[in-house]
Design a protein around this ligand. Structure first.
Ligand code: AGP
Length: 362
């Protein structure tokens, strides 16, 4: 029962939940692997994924950000087209659906009203539905045809952390299982790569002092902050910005690196912090070009790079993980930077103003 969950020695649930992420990933590996080390999901889910011609991911907030990463995972690993939609918009902006769609609802709580509205509507039309959730007995889980459990354990802090990384880990396994079902040969061992992610997360969770200092250097007094990244790094920038906004009340926005110059660069002033994330080799140089553009206008760049792609002077370097899985580790420094920024600004980290843990109204 969630009310029995204690903070233990932690000052906040959020910090505890950030630290739990390596354990959560290892737990997911254990729950979803066969004795021979291969991935195993329900036959029904495998069949639904295999027989659908297009996947529609429906989610909100942080879970939507996990969905954006999930699209890439499923498309790259399982060669299946995926669309990701914000739940609250879907019914008003309904896309043209494929012949045989499968709807995937991603929700930590399994209670988000915006998602339920879509679920009810698509079920009425007779489409197949899968809920990926941290709460298997929840409304979205009960009402969908299938459920995948994210096994992150109860998440108490309003700002979602471990549920996000758990969702992406489960989406990876879903993509792998679908690839297996379709007879696609993988050129990497997903279980091993996720184990590497768990170790990298541990290394990052051990660097709190350094990340606290970064939060102090870049965010102690600022009024706004931009996060820029390209390719997969763009999605984690959206999540980094949301984390910072919701708990520290700093106006933060995540941008695709190349998009800032199409207007938002007008907001860059002397000292504006710009967090640039770079973990993808094919965009490493172009995002660094974007950093130069903002630095030339006075921005204070904080560069978070992945080992192997780092340049002299980068602010923080992340241990290397498989290129498909970088978001699972890059988000950890972003979560911790937000946490310390909120702490230094005297904000209520676990219960930010105006927010509820799950949004059960439309
Ligand atoms: C994340 O930190 C949020 N508080 C919020 O965006 C959340 O992810 C969103 O409301 C979706 O919730 P769910 O995953 O429980 O459906």
């Amino acid at each position: 029962d969630a009310s029995d969950i204690e903070k233990g020695t932690y000052p906040h649930f959020m910090l505890k939940e950030i630290d739990e992420q390596p354990f959560v990933i290892r737990n997911i590996i254990q729950k979803y692997q066969n004795d021979d080390g291969t991935v195993r999901l329900d036959d029904d889910i495998r069949q639904a994924m295999k027989s659908s011609d297009r996947i529609y991911i429906i989610a909100a907030g942080t879970s939507y950000h996990a969905g954006l990463v999930g699209k890439q995972l499923i498309e790259k690993i399982a060669n299946r087209p995926v669309e990701v939609h914000i739940a609250s918009e879907f019914l008003y902006n309904m896309p043209l659906l494929s012949d045989n769609p499968l709807f995937i609802f991603i929700s930590q709580s399994g209670e988000t009203a915006d998602l339920r509205g879509v679920l009810v509507e698509v079920k009425e039309k007779g489409y197949k539905t899968l809920t990926i959730t941290n709460v298997p007995g929840s409304t979205l889980s009960r009402e969908a045809d299938f459920t995948l459990h994210t096994y992150a354990g109860p998440e108490i802090a309003v700002a979602s952390t471990k549920a996000y990384t758990a969702q992406m880990a489960v989406l990876t396994l879903l993509a792998v299982d679908t690839a297996n079902a379709k007879g696609i040969e993988l050129d990497f061992d997903p279980i091993q790569e996720l184990a590497i992610v768990a170790s990298a997360m541990e290394t990052l969770c051990d660097q709190k002092e350094k990340l606290e200092q970064i939060a102090r250097d870049f965010l102690a007094t600022t009024r706004n902050c931009f996060f820029i990244g390209r390719a997969a790094d763009y999605f984690v920038c959206l999540e980094g910005a949301l984390k910072l906004k919701e708990i520290s009340y700093i106006q933060a926005e995540g941008f695709a690196g190349g998009e800032l110059k199409h207007g938002t660069i007008a907001l860059i002033e002397e000292g504006t912090p710009v967090v640039a994330v770079t973990t993808q080799e094919h965009v490493n140089l172009s995002i660094r070009g974007n950093v130069k553009e903002v630095a030339a206008r006075g921005a204070n760049p904080c560069i978070i790079s992945m080992e192997g792609l780092e340049h002299d002077g980068d602010t923080f370097v992340i241990p290397p993980v498989h290129e498909y899985l970088t978001s699972l580790v890059t988000v950890i420094p972003l979560q911790l930077i937000s946490y310390y920024a909120a702490l230094h600004r005297d904000c209520d980290v676990d219960k930010p103003r105006n927010l509820a843990k799950s949004v059960t109204v439309e």
